[in-house]
Design a protein around this ligand. Structure first.
Ligand code: CA
Length: 229
């Protein structure tokens, strides 16, 4: 449920806004004081702010400026004076919308919904997708650390996954066993390069159809291994 903070010192207006927004299914909080409103807007996570311009303590200009410096939350500014709206528009305060009092509550709700929908799209678009590598039926999800072969998930150990991922991220490049050991296990690790051979064998058993004719990790005799794409 979207959470909205109304910073408004006129109680009757704040309550009217709250009632209509709650009827539309929003969770609404009210704050009559500018300074406290600013603190709440900065510290807490709201989906949208409805901000009155003239407030005791800190005014709407300053709240808008400080919140915008830190957050992308949609800000809808409300003012009794048309001239003030024109002024803040001209100042480029970073508010997303402006409404002049008196306004119809249904118009306010419509605008709130439009801004929330737009913000939702923005946030969704910005969220990073899982990074995946896909080669001929092999799918490696680097973020979730999962591996599938032709849609069937395979269970790899941590080091098997690291090794496969390292090779797949550097395709068509030949790595010696020493290089692989150094990259995956680190110089100071206990063990030796035979570990690499053992792990490659285990990975092949899990991802190759025919381990004697590997199609993903190739052995380059006398040199090392290469992930083929
Ligand atoms: Ca006011």
């Amino acid at each position: 449920m979207s959470r909205i903070l109304i910073i408004e010192d006129e109680e009757s207006i704040a309550e009217l806004e709250r009632d209509y927004l709650e009827l539309s299914g929003f969770e609404v909080e009210m704050e009559p004081d500018g300074a406290r409103g600013l603190t709440r807007a900065l510290r807490e996570e709201y989906d949208l702010l409805i901000l009155d311009l003239m407030l005791p303590g800190v005014d709407g200009f300053e709240i808008c400026r400080q919140v915008r410096a830190e957050k992308n939350v949609p800000i809808l500014m409300v003012s009794a004076k048309k001239e003030d709206i024109d002024k803040i528009r001209g100042l480029g305060m970073g508010a997303d919308d402006y409404i002049t009092k008196p306004f119809s509550p249904s118009e306010l709700v419509a605008r709130v919904k439009a801004h929330l929908a737009r913000y939702e799209r923005l946030v969704t678009a910005a969220a990073p997708e899982n990074e995946t590598i896909e080669v001929r039926g092999l799918k490696i999800d680097k973020t979730a650390r999962r591996v599938w072969v032709n849609g069937e998930e395979k269970q790899l150990t941590t080091k098997e996954f690291d090794l496969l991922c390292f090779l797949a991220q550097n395709p068509n490049r030949v790595f010696t066993k020493d290089e692989l050991f150094e990259n995956i296990w680190g110089m100071e690790s206990v063990g030796d390069i035979a570990t690499v051979t053992v792990h490659i064998k285990k990975i092949r058993e899990k991802i190759e159809i025919n381990t004697s004719k590997p199609q993903y990790i190739e052995t380059i005799w006398g040199v090392g291994y290469r992930f083929r794409v």
